[in-house]
Design a protein around this ligand. Sequence first.
Ligand code: ZN
Ligand code: ZN
Length: 362
Amino acid sequence: MDRYAARRDKLRKLIHKARTDALLVTRFVNVTYLTGFTGDDSYLIVHEGGELLVTDPRYTEQLESECPGLALEVRRPGVKMLEGTVKAIERVKPERLGIEAESITVGLRDEIAEKLPKLPLVATKGLVEELRMIKDKQELDEIRRAVWQAEKAFGIIKAMIRPGATERQIANDLEYQMRCDGAKGCSFTPIVGVGPRSALPHGRPTDAKFSDAGFVLIDWGACSGLYMSDLTRVLVTGQPPARLEKIYKIVLEAQEAAIDAIHPGKKCEEIDKVAREVITKAGYGKQFGHGLGHGIGLQIHESPRFSVGMTTVLEPGMTITVEPGIYLPGQLGVRIEDDIVVTKSGCEVLTHLPKRWEDAWV
Ligand code: ZN
Ligand code: ZN
């Protein structure tokens, strides 16, 4: 059985547990995960007797090479996605239909309810996402490649940093370098924050120059093809504010303590707590306003998450970021982010860029 068929079989068990006998998969990355099909505009129905992909003629050739043998409902020209999906459901004839509550459009749900009034719709959440949390070897290799692309690009731009360089130029250079090494692109628009702009956890690159301040925060990652990496480093490019070193060392201590604490069987919130305690003890608890980390994979933010209240139990194969931060608005922000995979005995750090305070100096 191929890896996709095995994933669909696991999903069938979850569908059954959700008290339905079929699931309409509308989130495109979930369709990719279950079939290997990398196009979009296609929905998948997984049911007890098999599966059916609703797609259109643009993709037939790609489908033949990416997932030969998959049953298709190819929409004829002029047949809308909504109609094609209803037709496919009629072909499958489920007694109840699970829908992905977090991705189906209201329009599609209404269309199904109107055309098939006797079919009960069962809202489900996170069924495919639950499977996606545990990465297999091939997926890990893809993430490792995305890490390699991101780290190599960073090494190149770090060597090229000049006082006149702007946030925007560095963001563009990172993307260019990652693409040169085969990346499909960035896993998200890089965050490049010079000086006080580093305190904006999601600041967009601007024309601010590196010479405007003595340090910069860079948060970037590559999409190797389908899988993502996500890193953050702070670089000292001139005269940094006096407090930067102290804050940097607290964040690093919190990050290393959290990484050391990662172990299968522990809950996600426990790991978040380890980092939060280090930062709180140092007096900056209120300035660490986000979760410690998030799953990475086909999406840049996915399950599980290291954050307060997350009771997901860690299992080998989960890939998660560890990224504590301290932000002093108008002054400075420090975040250090690495990617880890949970192993049987703890975790493996997938990212390798040095991160001691001494290493931050350009
Ligand atoms: Zn990041
Ligand atoms: Zn992140």
